[in-house]
Design a protein around this ligand. Structure first.
Ligand code: NAD
Ligand code: WQD
Length: 344
């Protein structure tokens, strides 16, 4: 299938493009490289031993979209492009709604104009907000607690309205839990700009010596060891879920939300322990106050993904830590280390 991938140079996008190419799909990546490097795509091409076109531009730009749809005639779109930092969204809510909500509206309009009715959208478990019960199933009330989460919630609702207005539409809203890990090659991975906000990239940079110690936000939660518990999902499993979702759009119409997680949680200290084992490095940490807005536990109900997509996670905590360490230790400065050539 011809698949247009917006934000395909980013962390999750690059891993998904690699999978798509290996499954012999044709790909066009649309990315403005605002939070990624062209080097990621160069490496994906090397790993897949396959080529694809890159449209450098803003996914909100009607002219760019018309050109991408006109030249490539995609049969499906995977929409990753957008902003993803909770803290930044509280400082710049309008930018988040412009990028994530208005940008998605432009994309949906372009899909309609060009008669492309299959969509897989990057949503987030953050749409659930505070847990009323756990694990979160897809029917759990949606009460996001920050502008980023609301931008995902609004976009989900808009996609539902779009699907209700056009009977050809087949849309899958994938609600990712906590994506971590890297391709086993160590060639592509998560490359946050500045000091990482998320746990695993932070731990990885402590292990490699870029940061001195981890601050554990809260040691008094009602969890096994008092630290926050999350459903970490390996990016390779997540990439596979996108292929399953693309296949699903071929057989089903309408719009459906599906969790992507493992169904099991790990605490912050369990991740520290796992990373120490994988890297053989000490991870100095101190336990501090809770981070504002954090919840104690977040775990996915996964039966809908199993039932509809015939997908379930295969990789565990040691795979997540080992692949992150392989990526981090071979690229201590992320894609800024460009001198290693493509080893595939
Ligand atoms: P990322 O920042 O690595 O990737 C996003 C990509 O989109 C980048 O390559 C960036 O350059 C591009 N982009 C951003 N705005 C654009 C625009 N206006 N036009 C064109 N390209 C643009 O992020 P990621 O972690 O790969 O996340 C991908 C998607 O998944 C995002 O929508 C994010 O909100 C969602 N998501 C991520 C997580 C996570 O923890 N990583 C969890 C849940 C959902
Ligand atoms: C995980 C746990 C922290 C950093 C965020 C977004 C969510 C989604 C995924 C996009 C928590 C603890 C963290 C640190 C720590 N993204 N922690 N020290 O907050 O579950 O989810 O990323 O959609 O929307 O909110 O992920 O990795 O930031 O935190 O102790 O330096 O690690 O308190 O318990 P989170 P995270």
């Amino acid at each position: 299938m011809r698949v247009l991938v917006t934000g395909g140079a980013g962390y999750i996008g690059s891993h998904t493009v690699l999978r798509l190419l290996r499954a012999k799909h044709e790909v066009l990546v649309l990315d403005n490289f605002s939070n990624s490097s062209p080097e990621a795509l160069r490496r994906v091409k090397g790993l897949a031993n396959a080529d694809f076109d890159i449209c450098e531009g803003d996914a909100r730009d009607r002219g760019v979209l018309n050109q991408a749809f006109g030249d490539f005639s995609p049969e499906a779109v995977i929409h990753f492009a957008g902003l993803k930092s909770v803290g930044e969204s509280q400082e710049q809510p309008l930018e988040y709604h412009s990028q994530n909500v208005a940008g998605s509206i432009e994309l949906l309009a372009a899909m309609k104009r060009h008669d492309c009715s299959r969509l897989v959208f990057s949503s987030s478990a953050t749409v659930y907000g505070e847990a009323q019960y756990l694990p979160f199933d897809e029917d759990h009330p949606l009460q996001p607690t920050n502008p980023y989460g609301r931008s995902k919630f609004f976009t989900e609702e808009i996609i539902r309205d779009w699907a209700a207005s056009w009977s050809d539409v087949s849309a899958v809203l994938l609600r990712y839990f906590n994506p971590v890990g890297a391709d086993t090659s160590g060639r592509i991975g998560e490359d946050p700009s500045g000091v990482p906000n998320n746990l695993l990239p932070y731990i990885a940079q402590v292990a490699v010596g870029r940061l001195a110690q981890l601050t554990v936000f809260g040691g008094d939660y009602n969890t096994r060891d008092g630290t926050g518990e999350r459903d970490f999902i390996h990016v390779e499993d997540l990439a596979r879920a996108h292929l399953a979702a693309i296949n699903y759009t071929v057989k089903a119409k309408g719009c459906v939300a599906i969790n992507v997680g493992t169904g099991a949680g790990a605490t912050v200290l369990e991740m520290v322990k796992g990373f120490k084992k994988a890297s053989g490095r000490e991870i100095p940490y101190k336990i501090a106050e809770r981070r504002e807005g954090d919840v104690a536990r977040s775990v996915a109900a996964v039966s809908k993904a199993e039932r509809l997509l015939r997908w379930s996670a295969e990789l565990g905590l040691s795979d997540m830590c080992e692949s992150t360490w392989h990526w981090q230790s071979s690229n201590p400065n992320g894609y800024a280390d460009l001198d290693q050539g493509i080893s595939g």
